[in-house]
Design a binder for this molecule. Structure first.
Ligand code: FAD
Length: 304
C-alpha cells in the first residue's frame, strides 16, 4: 500500500474511534489517551523534527503496542500533511503525499516465533515501512539493542529521533517522559514515547476496533511477546471449568470494528504445531486487561 493511502486510512480509523459515543468507560478513557498522544506528536514532536524528511524513524517489533502507535503516528502524519497544504495556492487536490516510506527499525534479537517475523514483514508492507532488519555478525549471532541501533545510525546518520511503543507499565517504564535523550551507554538520539500513558485495556480497545490484522499469537493466549524460548501463553488465561464462560471486555469493539472488517489473527504452521501440542487451551490475549499480569507468560532468566 502507498504511505499516503494507509496514512489516510489510519486517520479515518482514529477519527471514527474519537467520534464514538462512550459505550463503555474503556472507550472514553481510550479517547482521552488518543488525544494526548495526538498532542504529543502533532504539537511537541512534528514541530521540532519533520516527519517528512528522515529526521524520525520508528522502532517496530510487531507487538500490539507499537502497532497501535503506528496507527496513531500515520494518522497524525496525514493530519500534518493536510495542515501543510491547507490554503495552498495550487489547491489541495494537486498535492501528492510527500513521503514514500516510513523509516523503520526491527531488531532481530533472539530466536523468535516465525509468526512474529512474518507479521512484521506483512505489516511493514501494509504500513509502507522501509524496514531495516538488524544484521548478524560473522558467526550468525545477533547484535544487542545498543549495537543494532548504532549500526542503524551509521547507515542513516540523518536520524535525530526514534519513536518507541513503550508504556509506563512496562519494566523500567515508570519514570520515562514522552521526549527524552537516550541514556549513557546508548547511541545518541532522542526517544519519542507517545503512548506511555496507555493501559492494556486502551491498547486492546483501539486495536480491536481498528479492524487491522493482529499478530496471531495473541489469539492463543499470549499477552506479551518475547523470544521463542522465554514466552508462553499467559497462565491467567488458561481455560478451566471455572472460567470457560469468561466474557471478553471488547465485544462491542469486535462487533463494530472500523469498516466492518473481521479481525484477522493469523498464525504460522510451526507455531500452530507448538500450540496444538500444549495440554491447556487459552482464552485470547485480549481477555486479559490487568496491566500487572501482562507479562506473566514471560519466563524470567535464572539469576546467576
Ligand atoms: P516491548 O513492550 O515489546 O517493546 C517496547 C517498544 O520497544 C516496542 O513497542 C518497540 O517500539 C520497541 N522495540 C522492542 N523490541 C524491539 C525490537 N526487537 N526491534 C525494534 N523495536 C523494538 N533503554 C534504556 O535503558 N535506555 C535507553 O536510552 C534506551 N533507549 C532505547 C531506544 C530505542 C529506540 C528502543 C527501541 C529501546 C530503548 N531502550 C532504552 C530500551 C527500552 O526502554 C525497552 O526496555 C525496550 O524497548 C524493550 O521493552 P519491553 O521489554 O517493554 O518490550
Amino acid at each position: 500500500m502507498k504511505l499516503g493511502n494507509i496514512a489516510e486510512h489510519c486517520y479515518n480509523i482514529t477519527s471514527s474511534y474519537l467520534s464514538l459515543p462512550a459505550h463503555t468507560p474503556i472507550i472514553s478513557s481510550t479517547q482521552k489517551a488518543i488525544e494526548l498522544t495526538r498532542q504529543q506528536l502533532l504539537n511537541d514532536t512534528f514541530n521540532k523534527w519533520s516527519p517528512l524528511n528522515g529526521d524520525i524513524s520508528f522502532s517496530y517489533n510487531g507487538g500490539k503496542d507499537c502497532q497501535v502507535l503506528v496507527l496513531l503516528y500515520l494518522s497524525c502524519l496525514w493530519e500534518f500533511f493536510l495542515k501543510t497544504i491547507h490554503n495552498s495556492q495550487y489547491g489541495e487536490s494537486n498535492h501528492k503525499f510527500p513521503l514514500f516510506e516510513l523509516p523503520t527499525v526491527f531488531i532481530d534479537q533472539e530466536e523468535g516465533f516465525s509468526t512474529i517475523k512474518s507479521f512484521v514483514e506483512t505489516t511493514s508492507s501494509r504500513y509502507a515501512m522501509s524496514l531495516y532488519e538488524s544484521s548478524r555478525n560473522e558467526e550468525g549471532k545477533t547484535f544487542n539493542m545498543t549495537e543494532s541501533f548504532q549500526n542503524y545510525l551509521n547507515i542513516h546518520p540523518e536520524t535525530e529521533a526514534i519513536v518507541i511503543g513503550i508504556r509506563h507499565t512496562d519494566p523500567f517504564g515508570e519514570s520515562l517522559t514522552h521526549i527524552q535523550k537516550t541514556d549513557s551507554g546508548w547511541p545518541d538520539f532522542t526517544r519519542i514515547q507517545p503512548i506511555l500513558h496507555w493501559n492494556l485495556e486502551n491498547i486492546w480497545s483501539f486495536l480491536l476496533y481498528s479492524g487491522e490484522p493482529v499478530c496471531g499469537l495473541y489469539g492463543f493466549g499470549y499477552t506479551s511477546l518475547g523470544g521463542l524460548h522465554n514466552t508462553q501463553p499467559n497462565p491467567n488465561l488458561a481455560i478451566d471449568e471455572d472460567n470457560e464462560n469468561t466474557q471478553c471486555s471488547f465485544e462491542w469493539e469486535l462487533s463494530h470494528s472500523f469498516g466492518g472488517n473481521r479481525m484477522k489473527c493469523l498464525i504460522d504452521d510451526d507455531d500452530r504445531t507448538l500450540i496444538d501440542a500444549m495440554t491447556k487451551k487459552y482464552h485470547p490475549g485480549w481477555y486479559l486487561t490487568d496491566d500487572a499480569l501482562e507479562r506473566a507468560g514471560r519466563i524470567k532468566k535464572p539469576k546467576d
